[in-house]
Design a protein around this ligand. Sequence first.
Ligand code: TXA
Ligand code: MG
Length: 356
Amino acid sequence: MQTKLRPYLDTNCDENDILMKEAGDIIKEGGLVAFPTETVYGLGANALDTDAAKKIYEAKGRPSDNPLIAHIADKEQVYVLAKNVSEEAEKLMEKFWPGPLTLIFEKQDIVPSGVTGGLNTVAIRMPDNQIALKLIRSAGVPIAAPSANSSGRPSPTLAGHVMEDMDGRIDMVIDGGQVDIGIESTIVDMSGEKPMILRPGFITKPMLEEVVGEVLVDKITVIKDKSQLEADYRPKAPGMKYRHYAPKAEFIMFEGDISKVVEHINELSKLNMEKGLKTGVIATDETISKYENAMVVSIGSRTIRETVAKNLYKVLRDFDSMEVDIIYGETFYDDELGAAIMNRLIKAAGYRIEEV
Ligand code: TXA
Ligand code: MG
């Protein structure tokens, strides 16, 4: 299959309208279109068509028990797909949609179980991106879209990342430039007694609690060490159990006083160099000039977590193309966006964090 890579132009023009019609038709006919959202690029198909959803799983190499998020362009579409939408959920929709928040509800029969990984719940979000909203309206159906990476790889934040993983496997990629946020939406389960965060993201726990009071957190989102999970523990979001976002090289993070972290990484990089191994370091604007004997890339300023989130997946992919043998990095814990950043980095590192 030839994958069409099409730019969405910055100005309002006929070309964009023609493109959105063509892309919407592909979705209607059961094909796959990758498109930008405000979080990461999504790989879209008709959310009401089991066969189209199957193509998503094939293109990504995704396990079929891992459900997809249905993307909508109007809040009212929620009631077509979901049952028992609570008042709390409506408050969250009012405050954060369109935006990087996915809500989980009991599903209506119209949603095929091939889209929900066999669950009787459905994940829904209204993205805050004009191209995404136009595509959903042009297709005339909700669009099921996981991140547009091959399963296990870092999520795409540029159309070029999507092409790296999906060229030849899908019908079209719409290039809308670099995404704004850079990490996937916050997922909140609204189908239980109390709202529960299943995946942290740009919309943080304090932001949610301001609207609906106490919000619980699934423990998979905060563990630092795989041994903290019982063997039979099942995260509520099935996707959270898989190794994810992984760069090709081994990746280890170091935690502790930042000057000690720098010193320790420098010692290891020197040893690697002596062994003929190429080291990559994920530094910050504050530390980049302090690292030696390694390929050093800044992920942004430690004081601006938004920039770190935006650059995170790009930096991991950039190290793949630099063909380093091992990657070292710093940590970014806090109670807000840092939690979402560390959730991704810990998984990218396969839970390897060492204290210095
Ligand atoms: O920002 C985002 O959410 C991006 C963009 C494209 O919208 N999408 C995204 O989709 O991150 P994906 O498929 O990469 O991640 C969806 C996550 C998975 O961990 C999946 O297990 C979980 O959502 N999920 C989907 N439906 C669910 C459900 N009914 N119950 C629990 N978890 C669900
Ligand atoms: Mg994903």
